[in-house]
Write a protein that binds this ligand. Structure first.
Ligand SMILES: Cc1cc2nc3c(=O)[nH]c(=O)nc-3n(C[C@H](O)[C@H](O)[C@H](O)COP(=O)(O)OP(=O)(O)OC[C@H]3O[C@@H](n4cnc5c(N)ncnc54)[C@H](O)[C@@H]3O)c2cc1C
Length: 318
């Protein structure tokens, strides 16, 4: 057995993959390896569960991250890992796809569950299909078994101070036909929905852009953030695109999700169903959001929300 390998862009993502890999490596009786750009990070990965860390050569200013494809290819060709997991970020997905072609193996993209799936140490890998309406279970009979794993799919590994591991320098030169000719930071709002504990989500049931203030007021009382359904961002352009939740938007796991005038179509629910508590206000008692909800109020949000805010304010004061 040549190990479980994980590749991500930062410590947080790597810890999540190490979290998934630790259990697998234990069951398969193999080592767990990660990739780091410098020695300090490499030592941290060892503390967080890696048995071995491959030290990547530095990239030139004009090289994109995908220039690591030949470096990873050479390492995989020599070491023959059993499993290779990547964080499902845009840049890592690009690397994983290119590498799987070069290694002539399969790639399970957007993998949301991994377990040992029967004989010959094959993994059973799960991913969503048909816009989240079905779960697809796939096995890859080629080696390495590769997957990209969305952020927050697995619990991050925990630090074990004093853990020892090996650091191996990789010598292959990074190379890409693509050259970076400039970098400019992406304009982002200050809201990070992925980290929010409480999200108040507005749907098309909110009739006018100025009425989003109702959701903002509710979010403020609760110390939460405002998100929205896709049409509110993409069709109506009432809120920025980075705030919409769902299969093609942000996938979130807050303690509390509150949907106001959200119908709850599968493409939306797929992004919010891991919330601890789902609460919905909708005037249509047959709205699908109520099937996903733990609590709901059938009613006009324009009447319900101000009362909710009032009640919460007096409850929180007392
Ligand atoms: C490939 C694909 C990907 C998609 N990805 C996403 C995605 O990532 N995220 C996403 O959100 N959508 C996505 N969609 C769109 C999705 O299918 C739905 O169309 C969308 O989620 C509906 O948004 P909504 O609930 O805001 O609007 P509607 O479906 O129009 O629902 C509005 C709701 O508000 C209620 N309502 C109206 N007035 C009031 C009131 N006064 N008080 C209380 N309730 C009221 C209505 O009863 C209704 O249920 C995708 C679609 C496709 C085809």
């Amino acid at each position: 057995m040549a190990g479980i390998w994980v590749f991500a862009e930062d410590l947080e993502q790597t810890r999540e993959l190490l979290g998934a890999g630790t259990e697998l490596a234990g069951k398969l009786g193999t080592k767990l390896a990660a990739f780091a750009g410098d020695g300090e990070l490499a030592r941290q990965y060892i503390v967080f569960g890696a048995d071995e860390v491959f030290l990547l050569p530095p990239l030139a200013q004009d090289q994109p991250l995908e220039a690591y494809v030949p470096v990873l290819f050479e390492a995989a060709r020599q070491e023959d890992p059993d499993v290779f997991l990547f964080a499902a970020t845009p840049r890592c997905k690009e690397i994983a796809a290119r590498l799987s072609v070069k290694l002539n193996t399969g790639l399970c993209s957007g993998c949301t569950g991994i377990e040992l799936g029967g004989g010959e140490q094959l993994l059973g890998m799960e991913r969503m299909a048909y816009g989240g309406a079905a779960i697809q279970r796939v096995q890859c009979t080629m080696r390495p078994q590769m997957a990209t794993v969305p952020p927050r799919t697995f619990e991050p590994s925990v630090a074990q101070e004093g853990r020892q591991g090996k650091i191996t320098e990789l010598k292959t030169s990074p190379h890409s036909e693509v050259k970076v000719i400039g970098r400019s930071p992406r304009q982002r709002g200050s809201v990070n929905l992925a980290e929010a504990k409480i999200i108040v989500c507005v749907g098309r049931g909110v009739g006018k852009p100025e009425d989003i203030q109702l959701a903002r007021d509710l979010a403020e009382v609760l110390g939460g953030e405002v998100g929205c359904s896709r049409p509110v961002a993409e069709e109506l352009n009432w809120l920025p695109e980075e705030l919409y939740l769902g299969i093609s938007g942000k996938k979130v796991k807050p303690e509390l999700y509150i949907g106001l005038g959200v119908s709850g179509q599968i493409q939306h629910v797929t992004g919010i169903r891991d919330s601890k508590v789902i609460f919905a206000v909708n005037q249509d008692e047959n709205a699908p959001i109520f099937e996903a909800a733990d609590y709901g109020i059938v009613g006009d949000l324009y009447q319900v929300v101000p009362k909710l805010i009032e009640e919460l304010k007096s409850a929180l004061k007392g």
